[in-house]
Design a protein around this ligand. Sequence first.
Ligand code: PBG
Length: 327
Amino acid sequence: MEMTKRPRRLRYGESLRKMVRETRMDKSALIYPAFVMEGSGKEEEIASMAGQYRYTIDRLLYKMEDLLDAGVDKVMLFGIPDHKDEKGSGAYAEDGIVQKGFRAIKERFPEMYLIGDVCMCEYTSHGHCGILHGQEVDNDTTLDYLARIALSQVEAGADMVAPSDMMDGRVAAIRRLLDQNGHENVPIMSYAVKYASAFYGPFREAADSAPAFGDRKSYQMDVHNRREGVKEALMDIEEGADIIMVKPAMAFGDVIHDLKERVNVPIAAYNVSGEYCMVKTAAQMGYIDETAMMCEIAVSTFRAGADIYLTYFAKELAKCMDEGRIG
Ligand code: PBG
C-alpha cells in the first residue's frame, strides 16, 4: 500500500522510541515530601499512605540516606508538633519540630537540598491555615506569621521556602522579611495554584491537620477554575515568587499546560497524598501494576509542562529512571 506517512516507523525498537521522546525527565527534578515528629526511635506508618511514615528526627536521617543513595537530593519537610495552639506557635518556634529537623539534616547531610512548607494548619488547634478572626481566617494578620515561619525555617537551614497557605500577598510579605534579614538569595517556591481538593485527605490524616470546622474554600481555589490559575501565578511572580506550583498534579494537567504557555518561571507540580493513596491501594488490591501506573502518571505531569515534581514516589521513580523505564 502506498503511504508516505507511517507514524509506526518511529516506534520500532526501544532505542528509536527513546530518541524521539518528547518528554524527558531526570532525578534532579524530584522532591520528596517527608513528615517529621517529636520523640526518638520511632516511625509510624500512615494508614492511608502505605509505605509512607512519620519519622522522629533520628529515623528521618536514615530515610535521608536512603533517598540520597537513590539519587534524590531534595526534600520538603512537614512538621507534626506535640502541641498545637490558636496561633500555631510551633510553626515559627526556634526549637519547633521542623526547625530541629532542618538543623539535623543539614548537619549530617549538607548535600541535601531542604525546602520548608510554610503554613499553619499542622500547628493550629483549629486546623486552619492562618490566624482566625471569629470563624474566618484573617488574611492580613496571617501574613506576618507566615513571614516569621519562613524566616525561622531559613534560619534553621532551609534552602528554599514554599508557602502553601493561599493567603493573598504572602509571597511579598515573606520576600520582604527574608531580604531584611540578609536572605535575599533564598528562593520562594509558591504554591500559587492550589485547589481546595479532596485529594489532600490522606495528608490531613498524616499531619493531623484537618480543619476543626468548615473547610478551606475561602482561601484555596475552586476546582472549576482554570483561568484563575494564571491570575494567581502572575500575581505571585509579581510579588517575587521564583517557582510556581500547581497542586494537585494529576487532575490538573490543563492548568499546568496553561502556566507553561503564560509564565516564564519553572513550574512545579505536587503529586499529592490522595493520588499516591489511589495508586497504592489499587495495587494492594492487585488490580493495577503499581510501577507502571506511577510512571505513567509522572510522565503525564511532565508532558503537561511541569519542570519539577513533588512526590511520595520520588525514590521509586528515581529507580525507574535509572533502569530506563522512564526518563
Ligand atoms: C498545607 C499543605 C497541605 C498539603 C501540603 N501542604 C494540606 C492542605 O492544604 O490541606 C497537602 C499535601 C498532600 O496532600 O500530599 N500545609
